[in-house]
Design a protein around this ligand. Structure first.
Ligand code: EPZ
Length: 420
């Protein structure tokens, strides 16, 4: 599985080009099965989750190639409605094929994605939303069989603004005749990117980014304008590098970012004492000393503080001056990195959804175990700031979501090596 060896405590300096967004690319790649056409999707990050999505598309009978940031996809050959293959079991995000598959074939069979390292990850909101639109849902052990025998447009209410459920409902409703409104929709920027992509393909959606998304669906006319589309930049990768700069007392310039998506994380690091210049189409962060603690960070659906940056921020707060509190309200099991950070000399206590971080002067290198994508990023941040050498095992978790990670870190002066 491979480990990362990091010799920490180096001041870092340089420019990082932020990649395309993983959480925007995955639903957009899944949406290509809506109609059997050709698609060219640009600025797609070369990460394991994208590679698996392309493998699933191929298993479904489609053509899917990746070359230098661009996906060339042709879904004419889609020859099944069954997405229960071994591969889809390995990629939780394959649930996002449910909506477009139902739209294309009126039937879909998918493996129940099951839990992962950050929580149980149920799909009840996806299924209740589809039922509200006339889909017959049968949960059969590991599988879910959905049939759109009498689908209809109309209002569909989400009890919680689930990102994936919102995306699945958007991708199903584009094929329904009439107006569908998703109420209490997720407002993440990746939802806006999906709407922009679908509209570039000829569909008609409005309201993404607000709590009501309206889809003017059509069950006969299939849009046929093949648009080249470029994925938006990854706000979570960008925020991760801000946390790296804050933790290693460095100067980093982030390019190719969309700042309006990063207000929470920019304001947090300004508040704890980093100098951030976010005037142009870049963000320049300088941190010369120990950051201050922050009273409380509460993760919540967008535009709240992103749960996907919780671990990285915690890592940078381990060496802050004072006591910080993080309240993780989105996922029920997203503190797996705490035990590992404490092995490096951090002083963190968990009490339910709260993590209480008492800042220490310095962390020290240690052998730690990566358990999930963003927890792994947190351990990399800690190792970069720690005195001495750290070994981080199971590095494959991090390669799921961070493109060219070793190269980007090395280019800004980090002493990072991979060991098999
Ligand atoms: C997306 O996951 C992201 N993944 C996650 O990023 C991100 O953490 C999450 O949204 C929240 O922003 C992708 O976009 C591929 P949710 P998703 O449905 O859609 C509960 C990363 O690190 N829930 O908004 O699965 C769920 O258990 C990943 O890049 C239900 O109860 O998130 C969780 O507690 C991790 N029933 C909360 O809602 C449902 O049917 C938020 O989940 C669905 C979700």
């Amino acid at each position: 599985m491979g480990s990362l060896i990091i010799n920490g405590d180096n001041k870092l300096e340089g420019v990082v080009k932020v990649s395309g967004s993983k959480n925007s690319a995955l639903p957009i790649l899944a949406s290509t099965i809506l109609t059997g056409r050709e698609y060219i999707i640009k600025n797609v990050p070369d990460i394991d989750d994208v590679r698996r999505m392309l493998e699933i598309l191929t298993l479904l009978g489609c053509k899917a190639n990746y070359d230098n940031g661009i996906c060339y996809i042709n879904t004419k050959g889609l020859d099944t409605y069954d997405i229960t293959d071994e591969l889809s079991k390995k990629l939780r995000s394959s649930i996002i094929f449910l909506g477009p598959m139902l739209c294309r074939n009126n039937i879909a069979k998918i493996t129940y994605p099951g839990g992962c390292d950050i929580g149980s990850r149920p799909i009840d909101l996806h299924l209740s939303g589809l039922r509200q639109l006339g889909v017959d849902v049968k949960e059969e052990g590991d599988f879910v069989l959905c049939k759109a025998n009498n689908p209809h447009s109309g209002d569909v209410k989400l009890n919680y603004p689930s990102v994936g459920a919102t995306e699945n409902l958007m991708l199903f409703a584009v094929g329904l005749c009439g107006k569908t409104r998703i109420l209490n929709a997720a407002k993440e920027p990746e939802i806006i990117d999906l709407q922009n992509y679908l509209n570039s393909c000829g569909y008609n959606l409005i309201g993404a980014g607000t709590e009501i998304i309206t889809i003017y669906g059509n069950d006969n006319e299939v849009p046929d304008n093949v648009e080249e589309y470029s994925i938006m930049s990854d706000r979570i990768e960008a925020g991760t590098y801000l946390a790296i700069a804050a933790a290693t007392k460095s100067k980093i310039c982030l390019k190719s970012i969309e700042k309006e998506h990063m207000k929470c994380i920019i304001n947090l690091y300004k508040k704890v004492g980093c100098l951030i210049d976010d005037v142009g189409d870049y963000i320049y962060i300088i941190n010369n000393g120990r950051i201050n603690a922050i009273d409380k960070v509460v993760t919540s659906p967008y535009p709240g503080f992103p749960t996907d940056l919780q671990a990285q921020v915690m890592s940078s707060l381990c060496i802050a001056k004072g006591i910080s509190i993080i309240d993780e309200t989105v996922f029920e099991n997203r503190f797996k990195h705490v035990k590992e950070l404490n092995k490096m000399g951090a002083n963190i206590k968990v009490d339910g959804t709260l993590a209480i971080i008492k800042g220490v002067n310095k962390l020290h290198g240690a052998n730690v175990n990566i358990r999930d994508l963003r927890g792994g990023a947190a351990l990399i941040i800690a190792a970069l700031s720690a005195e001495g050498i750290s070994t981080l095992t199971n590095i494959h978790h991090v390669f799921r979501g961070y493109e060219h990670l070793i190269d980007k870190l090395t280019e800004i002066g980090a002493d990072v090596k991979i060991s098999e």
